[in-house]
Design a protein around this ligand. Sequence first.
Ligand SMILES: NC(=O)CC[C@H](N)C(=O)O
Length: 387
Amino acid sequence: MCPAPAPAENPENPTACIVLADGTTFYGRGFGAPGEIQAELCFNTAMTGYQEIMTDPSYAGQAVTFTFPHIGNTGVTHEDDETADPVARAMVVKWDPTEPSNWRSEGTLNAWLEKNGRIGVGGIDTRRLTRAIRQQGAPHVAIAYNKEGVFDHAALLKSARDFSGLEGLDLAKEVTCAQSYTWNEQRWAWPDGFPKRSTPGKKVVAIDFGAKRNILRCLASAGCDVTVLPATATAAEVLAHKPQGIFLSNGPGDPAATGEYAVPMISEILETTQLPIFGICLGHQMLALALGAKTIKMNHGHHGANHPVKETATGKVEITSMNHGFAVDAQTLPEGVIETHVSLFDGSNCGIRLADRPVFSVQHHPEASPGPQDSFYLFERFSAAMA
Ligand SMILES: NC(=O)CC[C@H](N)C(=O)O
């Protein structure tokens, strides 16, 4: 059944308001929890996986507008959480979420956001908003939802302009685990025959800069016994676990802002061991920094579940899941570091490896949560490097 059409933007009785730092204003209908936030606003083009997106710790400090119009119609289930609670500060959609229609659903998106103190805004012309994001670069915004529909526009504009932005912001420390823990749960759904382990457990230390659960599941499914350590773990603490390989997780914020702890930790491990290392997204950017390259802030980043990436060695194209606002500047890769993957959207760097040992990382998300499964082989490659 189709829901009633989303109203044109600026409905008559708006209960939510989005103010961009340039003054552009959108009115819509609030859902979830009333409140007010500041954030960087990005757009995500995935058609499914809104719960995984909202709970991905890499979205700390950000709000997400979904370009796909029907969001919320599969409800929520605890199995899809990438971390305990939603992390993105707000979500913006075109249609108001409907009642869920899905055998896995345990509740509505609306109730889940409300319980977790997160704002939803419906009835927005998300095409126009997305064009604004593309044209001006991911904007700083203030988003407010109150049931009276009374907004202090000047105060919201000031709030949007006061937002510090993500550049220079170290958020990994805020979302990392407080203590170390072990992880054994494997992927539950894919590919055929999973969960299963082809080889006995390899001892892997995963550094949690904001790790998604499905990455840990993929490592487990590829034969790894995973010990997760907090983002601030030193090289000595990592090596004390006598790992056969080290994994560097995804995470929020500016990779260059972790230069005081994570990057030196990685450099020390690179200098003192020959251990296999695998990094994803923020982990990829940090590995590149530790190897002497530089990272840059992108205009509006890559956030979606159908981004084509080419593996340079084979020419093979993978359709990948993406979520990043920073990128490794391929021009700054030092000798001995090979560019392994590039984005076919804009040619930006999507992967590197060391020429002489199994140290590699990718910008995209091979755990595909949400998204296509093409890049799962990277987990198997990491596991094989430890054999
Ligand atoms: N998903 C991630 O790990 C994101 C990495 C980094 N915070 C970026 O936006 O580029």
